[in-house]
Design a protein around this ligand. Sequence first.
Ligand code: MRU
Length: 348
Amino acid sequence: METMRWTDEGILELLDQTRLPSQVVYIKCANHREVAAAIKRLAVRGAPAIGAAAAFGLVLAGRSLKSLSGDEFIAGIRAAAAELAATRPTAVNLYWALERVTRRLETAASRTPDELYALLLDEALALYAEDVASNRKMGLYGQELVPAGARILTHCNAGALATAGYGTALGVIRAAREAGKEISVYASETRPLLQGARLTAWEMIQENIPVTLITDNMAGYLMAKGRVDLVLVGADRIAANGDVANKIGTYGLAVLAREHNLPFYVAAPVSTIDLNLASGEEIPVEEREPEEVTHLAGLPLAPAGVSVWNPAFDITPHRLVTAIITDRGIVRPPYVETLQKLFETKKT
Ligand code: MRU
């Protein structure tokens, strides 16, 4: 199942993840505003997938700018990038992708709009393809940390749906399985939007990987009963000191993992690492609408007018993170040094 596809007609089709698992529906985006709206309402979600969708959003913007001069074209792309950037603040992959595609234009030798458009498309397609390749690399590195027979607890959805394909945390799980290990997965449902129940459970079932769904508040007892061997999650942004922003509830799992002497692993491509931020305190955490908490499928769960706090992410301090699995290898503490080194090593 493809998270997104670029059609020959120059349209971006996005698998509408808000309708999974009951309906498999692709929505068509013909301009960057439709892509921005899809990102905002989580039709496409997950850090790398948001970045790739935004890159295609710029291609759509470019198509409508072809009749302008080269400089006007680039100014129009910058404006579209600002609109796409304003959708979700936490996942750094969004900014990374917009920056990468825009920079390709700015450094272009030729500035005819047709050539600039071709460059945009080329860069977006390359970024998309590289994401799948980097997930496969992460899978190969990360599966070494997964013992045969491991029972893995994961949170939210860091799978094929959250990326251009294969997944980050679920990519490691897929790779462990491809290496012949009989692993099994616990998926925590991930209130309020249920990415674990709707998306991770669905992905695992599609691939015949044994999966057991739990509600978020069951994780502690599950660990206390000795039914988990390791915790493995994705990330939306990793600060220079190794603090990790990921879906709300991740921090609680990391604390529980420490209490129960379980490894807590994070899988994320280097495009999720933000060395500009010294610690997780600087990571902007998105707060979303109260209705996501007070309602489920349109039905009220709470009294009208109740006050709600709805942060979409939390920050797991680096001291709780056993290792970070990246597409350039596995890094361990002290993260201030090891993450920095990742950017000094030559890309493989
Ligand atoms: O709000 P979402 O569904 O976009 O949040 C997604 C997550 O928190 C994922 O764990 C993260 O983006 C990593 S995806 C490879």
